[in-house]
Ligand binder design. Structure first.
Ligand code: B12
Length: 481
């Protein structure tokens, strides 16, 4: 038996859809699977104790979604909690422990070392977990398991992830309690593809999800949406990093939704790149049920867009807002302020431009999370020792270590960058402005400050009273008064 454990207890809760897919694929391969969802448990420690007192699995899989909250004012690091959980489980069972997940995949070896887990799986889990299960049971030839982190003679070994193509996922979605996540988390997730071939300066998605785009068959995606609908789930948030890359796939998925009449029964939200996006795509998305888009804007200043390696121009941001308005979709522009080269002038330019193009809302967080293996990390390396680099912000002592929450805020923004940005926003209610380091909770009281969804009680309360949808859409409707 394989036991899968969800450790993500962040509020509002987001369903562990990775575990739903993995359980589906393990079940289809004939493995008996149990899911222990600590997020939905009143007493996680007691739940684990009770579970292992009654069950004796051959392998325990732990899902680790968020390494940290990627949010400079709070900079919460979740790895020590994971290590505690691994140790606790060790006292309850002899079964080997494997960790996986998107956050895990960015720091796979470090996390296996830190937590002393037996194994880790970097990248897609569906086939790898079945393969590991068989090797644990059988010949123990661990070099055959795609993406596996394991130990040989005490040394950590790392197998290349398989990044399976074509991408086909179990569409039944019946292993986790998706309806509970709709009720407590406001929406449920669904993936239409994996991987990213873009080269945005800071992004770790190509590392965690693979450097090439792998598409699902649109009819499989629609089957899954229908399976969720049959469970009473009618509000979705796509889990693609950018739904419109490539645009042809986005079109095909929307056409399939339209053919099956899903646009009338489902409401969904998505992340999107600013380009490619045109009249035809906007129209078919709206018809297919899309009610809100969160664009990866990053900046509206040409020099910063260049530095972030974004292919869009500021005019494309204006066009994206117009297309959403014309097609009744709410629109959010997500900015990323403070990267290399940011100055008070570039921030002012961006904020002025966003005010002019008038999206429903704009996220204006400060601080770029630095991930190893990205171009961002290379730039920081070239700036000299991190410990004396004035652009580096962190809340831990000792040597700079990107494993821990480490951010870049251009020193040109001065000693009080959050105040600078707040002054430029000047009370404009459309912005989720940055909260300050001194008041990291400011984003959690329903005011239009940072849109941190980690432990966001205002948001969770609103959902418990019936609000549904993307968190930015719920928060903007809560208002800032
Ligand atoms: C969509 C999304 C959201 C949506 C979720 C909507 C929903 N209903 O699901 C919203 C907007 C709510 C959101 C919020 C947040 N998010 Co988010 N999100 C994503 C995104 C784009 C997709 C995540 C996803 O579901 N993928 C699809 C599933 C199927 O993939 P998966 O979980 O990785 O699972 C696969 C593998 O990892 C593996 N696997 C998973 N579990 C296990 C377990 C075992 C044992 C094994 C072997 C394998 C395995 O197999 C699975 C199937 O192949 C990712 C980036 C990305 N491209 O993945 C960021 C991402 C996960 N988010 C991130 C963050 C930081 C957050 C927030 C903390 C932000 C904040 N401060 O508010 C919150 C946290 C919310 C919460 N409660 O956890 C970061 C985490 C990075 C980090 N440093 O850890 C990511 C990676 C984005 C980024 N690059 O910064 N998010």
């Amino acid at each position: 038996m394989l036991t899968l454990i969800n450790t993500n207890v962040t509020v509002p809760p987001v369903g562990p859809i990775g575990l739903d897919y993995i359980a589906g694929s393990a079940g289809a391969a004939g493995v008996q699977v149990d899911i222990v969802d600590l997020c939905l448990a009143d007493h996680p420690a007691a739940t684990l104790r009770r579970y292992f007192a009654a069950h004796n699995p051959e392998l325990v899989g732990i899902s680790f979604r968020n390494v940290d909250d990627c949010f400079w004012p709070s900079a919460q690091w979740f790895v020590p909690d994971l290590a505690d959980t691994v140790q606790k489980i060790r006292t309850l069972t002899d079964a080997p422990i494997v960790v996986g997940g998107v956050g895990f995949s960015i720091f796979a070896e470090r996390i296996v070392e830190y937590t002393a887990a037996d194994f880790g799986i970097r990248g897609d889990g569906e086939r790898a977990i079945v393969s590991l299960f068989n090797e644990v049971r059988g010949s123990r030839r661990f070099e055959r398991v795609g993406g596996l982190i394991w130990r040989r003679d005490g040394a950590i070994c790392s197998n290349e992830p398989a990044w399976p193509v074509p991408l086909s996922l179990p569409a039944r979605r019946d292993a986790i309690d998706n309806l509970a996540y709709l009720r407590q988390g406001g929406q449920c997730g669904l993936e239409t593809k994996r991987g990213c071939d873009r080269h945005c300066l800071y992004c770790a998605d190509p590392l965690a999800k693979g450097p090439r785009i792998r598409l699902r068959d649109p009819s499989e995606v629609a089957d899954e949406a229908q399976a969720l609908l049959a469970q009473g789930i009618d509000v979705l948030h796509l889990c693609d990093s950018e739904f419109n890359v490539p645009a042809s796939h986005a079109h095909a998925v929307c056409e399939e939704f339209c053919c099956r009449g899903l646009g009338r029964r489902l409401r969904w939200y998505t992340y999107m790149a600013v380009v490619p996006f045109d009249r035809e795509l906007a129209a078919v998305m709206s018809k297919a049920g899309c009610v809100g888009i969160d664009f990866t804007g990053d900046s509206a200043c040409p020099s910063m867009l260049n530095i972030y390696r974004q292919p869009h121009l500021r005019e494309d941001l204006a066009s994206a807002v117009r297309l959403c308005r014309a097609n009744d979709m709410a629109v959010m522009i997500d900015l990323l302020l403070g990267g290399p080269g940011e100055t008070p002038e570039t921030v002012a330019d961006t904020i002025e431009f966003i005010k002019r193009i008038d999206p429903d809302c704009a996220g204006a967080p400060l601080g770029v999370r630095i991930y190893p293996g990205t171009e961002m990390a290379r730039i920081v390396g070239a700036e000299g020792p991190g410990e004396t680099n004035p652009n580096i912000r962190r809340k831990y002592a000792g040597a700079v270590d990107f494993f821990k929450p480490t951010f870049y805020i251009s020193a040109a923004l001065g000693e009080r960058p959050a105040e600078l940005v707040q002054d430029l926003i000047a009370g404009d209610k459309r912005f989720f402005g940055p909260s300050t380091e001194q008041d990291p909770q400011a984003g959690k009281n329903g005011l239009r400050t940072d849109h941190n969804y980690n432990d966001n009680t205002a948001l969770a309360e609103s959902i418990s009273k019936g609000a549904r949808g993307a968190y930015w859409d719920i928060l903007r409707k809560l208002g800032g008064d």
